[in-house]
Design a protein around this ligand. Structure first.
Ligand code: NAD
Length: 296
């Protein structure tokens, strides 16, 4: 049994904290939102009244927060001041590389072990405990990070030092955003050519167009496995979240001078789709934009 502090109990963190409790750990949970905290308590966590209270005697601190500014403030103002120095600190939020490196450095200077460990897999994987974690941490700390993440994980891979987990995450999601647009564009053209979506799926799935966005996350309802397309694009990975990750990738590309023209195009298309009122829909719903049928 490990004493785990879990901060940020939203769509992702709620399921992740429940899996820590389900694995027999003592989970002291905190979220600014009372309903999120109440759900975590009903899943076996103990409610803390503040971040400071949650981390006070923690062996492991896990955070799952919306964006970089939340991570900076929760660590800078609360975790680093209140957790025991022996605690292993793991931030699973998706944030910019620079913030992850800064927080990692501050944590290290304060005497803590820190890892950035963003995840791949959505809300269902968070609930099922089958997330993939990409980890930026010191090599000597990785075994402890892997053990701490085990109840929530199907794969935990070390990407490198602080910030490397976030770097892997934004590159992966830029690739995902681009590949989903490619799959959507191909289905939209196939439809115009009078090809049945089922036939195109069957053929592309066995041909060189095969990829995760097609085979596992097909954007056309009733085709391939069950996906958010079969639920009117509800649940899954929101367009607004994809847009956030594409913006992080573009900011990183600008900082490093990397050429990412496809990523820039993907950002522009998802921004247009979100601005038309679809930010909350699953990102595969972008097929409606490419069909020229936003109103449907
Ligand atoms: P969410 O908005 O549902 O949850 C975030 C939670 O953090 C909220 O409950 C909020 O109240 C809480 N919070 C914010 N500031 C806080 C503070 N100072 N102290 C305590 N709690 C605070 O978001 P989510 O969907 O759970 O995503 C969390 C992170 O995971 C994001 O960085 C996101 O990009 C990433 N992510 C999400 C998905 C997904 O499919 N939703 C997939 C992979 C990664």
């Amino acid at each position: 049994m490990t004493r785990v502090a879990f901060i940020g109990l939203g769509n992702m963190g709620g399921g992740m904290a429940a899996n820590q409790a389900g694995a027999g750990h003592q989970v002291r949970a905190f979220d600014l939102a009372a309903d999120a905290l109440a759900r975590a308590v009903s899943a076996g966590c103990q409610a803390a009244a503040s971040v400071a209270e949650a981390v006070a005697d923690a062996e492991v601190v896990i955070t799952m927060l919306p964006a970089g500014p939340h991570v900076r403030s929760v660590y800078g103002e609360q975790v680093l001041k209140n957790a025991p120095k022996s605690a292993l600190l793991i931030d699973c939020s998706t944030i910019d590389v620079e913030t992850a490196r800064d927080v990692g450095r501050q944590a290290e200077e304060a005497g803590f072990r820190f890892a950035d460990a963003p995840v791949s897999g959505g809300v269902m994987a968070a609930q099922a405990g089958t997330l993939a974690f990409m980890v930026g941490c010191g090599a000597a700390d990785f075994a402890a990070v892997e053990t701490a993440l085990e109840p929530m994980s199907r794969a935990t891979i070390r990407a490198g030092e602080h910030g490397a987990g976030q770097a892997a995450k934004i590159c992966n999601n830029m690739l995902l955003g681009i590949s989903m647009l490619g799959v959507c564009e191909a289905f939209a053209l196939a439809e115009r050519l009078g090809l049945a979506a089922e036939s195109f799926f069957e053929i592309a799935n066995k041909s060189s167009g095969q990829c995760w966005s097609l085979s596992t996350y097909c954007p056309v309802p009733g085709v391939g496995p069950q996906t958010p397309a079969d639920r009117d694009y509800e649940g899954g990975f929101a367009t607004g979240m994809m847009l956030k990750d594409l913006k992080l990738a573009q900011a990183a590309a600008a900082q490093t001078g990397a050429a990412t023209p496809m990523g820039a195009q993907a950002e522009a298309l998802y921004a247009l789709f979100a601005a038309n009122g679809f930010a909350a829909k699953d990102f595969s719903a972008v097929i409606q934009l490419l069909r020229g049928k936003l109103a449907e």
